[in-house]
Write a protein that binds this ligand. Structure first.
Ligand code: SAH
Length: 404
């Protein structure tokens, strides 16, 4: 049900939040979060996930959004005074779909996996939807969005029509802790016909049920393609390999590809994905090992090294440690990559800025004393758009280095 409204979207009760003087500035610049410290008064007693209206302290309307007790108190859905009803969400979903359509992602024989909804980037804070060749995997990060999962399933059916076979809700581990509501991992509709997808012509088995995140790191699609252009006849080391995304692209023309991940299921999946594309091919080997330990003594065995670790920092209070982690990792790679070698190095921590990440890599390079050039500065692809008013949405950062 749409909270605070019946199914037709008629508001039943309106909850009003008044901001402290001066705290309206970021909202007027369309930033989609209201922090709890900015609130002067709440009229009514909103439950988590209710729709609330936000006003400045002179009683001018500012925005409407989902309420949540905690540091981010309101996730804004609209800066217009409009009803947040079924049609509202239908409109936002349609825009998200049409945008991907304009990117050529929705009817593409080479790629049938893409992100359909990217939270704030699509004006839908708290909601992620990834499309895997017929199956939409939804991940809700707010109770406001979680409560609407059945409406969203309906909307997806409406927009995707025959393209949609199943909708899977994977919110068990993503709902805010405060809520006391346990999310679910379950099919909300249909059952999948395929568990493989095609990305740039390569086949990948996706395990959205027990895999990490929604099952696949779609956000590296364009970076994987770029990697491929650097791997011809090269010896490639893919650290933190997960499904073997980078490894599969590299296998196209590398002389050797080694995948390292500390997780057994990840290694199995990487092996399977290489097999799906190249059959039994002894150019590929996988290692279930800690990436840091693996690099202790690789000397100049590799010409291309990929470092795509999990988010080292999930919160600002561990930022310094995370930056040290990136530095340590990059020192090992820069020190040992063969002369003329290439390093693809990434950070997907939202709290690590582009500048901070670059400083860590710079510090790592300086530590080794080798000559290093930056060839590319990478980010996330356009199906993971960054809302210009929400710079926090730019979470994926990468550098491609040439090491003399
Ligand atoms: N590059 C991947 C995504 C990486 S996700 C892709 O393109 O799909 C991060 C991966 O790092 C996970 O699979 C996790 O199991 C692995 N991991 C986490 N800590 C690790 C460690 N210390 N050593 C090796 N792998 C690790």
């Amino acid at each position: 049900m749409l909270p605070g409204s019946n199914h037709k979207g008629i508001h039943v009760e309106q909850i009003k939040i008044i901001l402290k003087s001066g705290k309206d500035q970021s909202v007027r610049r369309y930033h989609p979060w209201i922090f709890s410290g900015a609130i002067k008064k709440i009229y009514g007693s909103p439950s988590e996930g209710d729709i609330v209206d936000v006003y400045d302290n002179k009683d001018s309307f500012l925005a409407t959004g989902h309420y949540q007790p905690g540091s981010i108190a309101v996730r804004i859905l609209s800066f217009k005074n409009e009803k947040i009803d079924y049609d509202f969400f239908m409109g936002r979903f349609k825009k998200a779909f049409e945008y991907r359509q304009s990117l050529g992602l929705t009817d593409n024989n080479d790629t049938n996996v893409y992100r359909l909804v990217h939270a704030e980037g699509d004006g839908l804070p708290g909601l992620i939807i990834d499309f895997y060749n017929g199956t939409a995997v939804m991940q809700m990060h707010s109770i406001g969005m979680y409560r609407l999962r059945n409406e969203f399933t309906d909307i997806l059916k409406n927009i995707l029509g025959e393209k949609l076979q199943a909708v899977y809700d994977k919110s068990e581990d993503t709902l805010p802790y405060m809520a006391g509501i346990k999310g679910t991992n379950e099919y909300l509709s249909g059952s999948p016909e395929a568990s493989t997808v095609t990305e740039n012509g390569f086949t990948f088995r996706i395990d959205w049920i027990s895999g990490q995140k929604t099952g696949f790191f779609i956000d590296q699609r364009e970076n994987r393609l770029l990697l491929q252009s650097y791997t011809e006849k090269r010896r490639v080391l893919n650290l933190f390999g997960y499904t073997g995304g980078f490894s599969v692209y590299a296998m196209k023309n590398a002389s050797l590809v080694h995948t390292v991940d500390s997780s057994g299921p990840a290694i199995d999946l990487a092996d399977e994905n290489v097999r799906l594309n190249f059959g039994e091919d002894d150019r590929h080997k996988s290692f279930r090992k800690d990436a840091f330990g693996f690099m202790d003594d690789i000397k100049d065995k590799y010409d291309v090294i990929i470092l795509d670790p999990p988010a080292f920092a999930k919160h600002n209070n561990v930022l310094a440690n995370a930056l040290q982690g990136y530095k340590r990792l990059n020192i090992k790679a820069i020190e040992q990559v063969s002369p003329g070698g290439i390093i693809f190095t990434f950070s997907c921590s939202q709290v690590v800025t582009k500048e901070n990440f670059r400083k860590s890599v710079f510090a790592a390079a300086a530590n080794t004393g080798r000559q290093v050039r930056i060839l590319h500065q990478l980010s996330q692809p356009p199906d993971h758009p960054v809302n210009i008013y929400h710079p926090e949405g730019e979470y994926l950062k990468g550098l491609v280095l040439y090491v003399e």
